[in-house]
Design a protein around this ligand. Sequence first.
Ligand code: MG
Length: 159
Amino acid sequence: MKTRIGQGIDVHAFGEGDHVMLCGVRIPHDRALVAHSDGDVALHALCDAMLGAAALGDIGRHFPPSDPQWADADSRELLRQVDLLLKHDGWAVTNADITLVCEQPKITPHAKQMQANIAADTGLDITDISVKATTTEGLGFCGRGEGITALAIVQIKSW
Ligand code: MG
């Protein structure tokens, strides 16, 4: 059995709106994340970590923003497709750890539901999925509330 790790990172800027989608959870907020899709920066980072671990390219290659098919895409659907790509290649995710970097909205009250969504989309046990958050103490673009950064790391094993 082989194991590998992969990392993913994504950033989206805040714009006009009244909610953000993070790990498939709709969180009321006074702004939204600007994106071609639903702007789920956390799931985009997770997808890139999974694709990276399997050396299958990146999310932009599989779901190009230029393709109208992915306009306003539900990022949970992208996650399910990425999970299938890995499974077709003989890989299974063993665990995932996601960090969201933002001052607002607060993530912790939603973390359990976020983990449950990822578990449902990948078949992982919820205890193998971590969603956590940090601030940058007001520093940088995340600290100024200009956008959200998401980081993800996953381990995969061959099966
Ligand atoms: Mg993105």
